[in-house]
Write a protein that binds this ligand. Structure first.
Ligand code: NAP
Ligand code: MG
Length: 401
């Protein structure tokens, strides 16, 4: 059979545990038989990160910058227990954090939807994408447990020696204190990544914060978004029929719930953390949530939003059957191949990726699903498939289209 050719490789980042098993199966069953796959392969599995002192992660990030498109398998972010389990030299940083920092990117999370799995909010007809500014604020704050009465002050000492000092509170009893920051440069990158991605997928962009209460901090976010929009995107948005607006986070929450979906909701770091979990739970399943890291200069990394599904992996190692949902990982692959095809002007690669997505959705819609989806499924359930069966079913469906 004639295989589809690729002009440029994509960056392939392998990962850990059950998703590493899925990774190999997806390639073997759904991609390699049909595409002459060209990738630059980086093994981000924990043993290789440890062996290379995490150099492999940095090399992968550099490769995404160079080639423009990457696809990543879920990886373990080591904690103390993992350091013991894998005998690690160090508690290596999260690969996602390393890659995000290298690309200065923003993460966009989007649920994969089918009519047979109804969102908790009845009115939602199309996916809602949450864009989270994954830098600064409370995630990089300095904190202090105030032990005694005393004065807390905000003090900034400028490079030129000028300083700013303001009393935060005169404590009459013990309490708590926190100092957080963000940078104009990071907010700018966030805003640009959001505007660029909204244009890319042709959906409206909403941005929300709390500028009425946070008159300097959140106000700065709002102003930077507006400034970049007016200067660089207003006309192209209009021409593309894509909208942008800012609204208070309270108002945004109410509007999101009343909406029909089909837009991008940009959030500050903490809001995005919380709201993306809310949106993914309300759409049904973490296993159906995809994620794209997009940089302000148009580099893309695709992955599933879920982790390495550890519990299934140990069942797999014990020789037991697993029913791990491959949808988000399949869509990571198709997302990356589609993007590669668009950049390289390879319509057959784009069409292939779309056909795999179509086959995946049809398989679910026609009643073959993994165990996690069964309780949510409102259609006629024909079969609860194990991990291998679902991939075989998708491949068979692909060949039937
Ligand atoms: P997880 O791997 O997402 O799994 C949590 C639970 O969600 C699973 O035990 C499973 O529930 C269900 N689930 C998730 N994905 C599923 C799928 N594809 N099919 C079926 N069920 C699925 O999260 P975790 O257990 O908290 O984390 C495991 C490891 O993943 C950790 O080492 C963490 O560092 C890493 N992680 C990596 C990333 C990333 O690379 N982007 C993101 C998050 C976590 P049941 O067991 O009830 O079936
Ligand atoms: Mg969270």
């Amino acid at each position: 059979m004639h295989k589809i050719q690729m002009k440029t490789p994509i960056v392939e980042m392998d990962g850990d545990e059950m998703t590493r098993i899925l990774w190999a199966m997806i390639k073997e069953k759904l991609i390699c038989p049909f595409v002459e796959l060209r990738t630059e392969y980086y093994d981000l599995g924990l043993p290789e990160r440890d062996r290379t002192n995490d150099a492999v992660t940095h090399a992968a990030a550099a490769a995404i910058k160079r080639l423009g498109v990457g696809v990543k398998c879920a990886t373990i972010t080591p904690n103390r227990q993992r350091v013991e389990e894998y005998g690690l030299k160090e508690m290596w940083k999260s690969p996602n954090a390393t890659i995000r920092a290298a690309l200065d990117g923003t993460v966009f999370r989007t649920p994969v939807c089918i009519p047979e799995i109804q969102p908790a909010v009845r009115g939602w007809e199309a996916p809602i994408t949450v864009a989270r500014h994954a830098y600064g604020d409370v995630y990089r704050a300095a904190e202090y447990r105030v032990p005694t009465p005393g004065r807390a002050e905000l003090l900034f000492t400028g490079e030129n020696g000028e300083s700013f000092r303001q009393t935060i509170y005169d404590f009459e009893c013990p309490g708590v204190l926190q100092g957080m920051y963000n940078k104009d440069s990071s907010i700018r990158s966030f805003a640009k990544a959001c505007f660029a991605y909204a244009l890319e997928i042709g959906q409206d962009l909403w941005f929300s914060a709390k500028d009425t209460i946070s008159k300097q901090y959140d106000q700065t976010f709002k102003l930077i978004f507006q400034e970049i929009f007016d200067a660089e995107y207003k006309d192209v948005f209009e021409a593309a029929g894509v909208g942008y607006f800012y609204t208070l986070i309270d108002d945004a929450v109410a509007r999101v719930v009343r909406s029909r979906g089909g837009f991008i909701w940009a959030c500050k770091n903490y809001d995005g953390d919380v709201m993306s979990d809310m949106i993914s739970a309300a759409f049904g399943s973490l296993a159906m949530m995809t994620s794209v890291l997009a940089s302000p200069d148009g580099k893309f990394e695709y992955e599933a939003a879920h982790g390495t599904v550890t519990r299934h992996y140990y069942r797999h190692l014990a020789g037991e059957e697993t029913s791990t949902n491959p949808v988000a990982t399949i869509f990571a692959w198709t997302g990356a191949l589609k993007k590669r095809g668009q950049l390289d002007d390879s319509p057959d690669l784009v069409a292939f990726a779309e056909r795999v997505e179509c086959a995946t959705l049809l398989t679910l819609r026609e009643g073959t699903v993994t165990r996690d989806l069964a309780p949510l499924y409102t259609g006629t359930l024909r079969k609860i498939a194990n991990t291998e069966e679902i991939l075989n079913a998708i491949r068979d469906r692909f060949q039937d289209i």
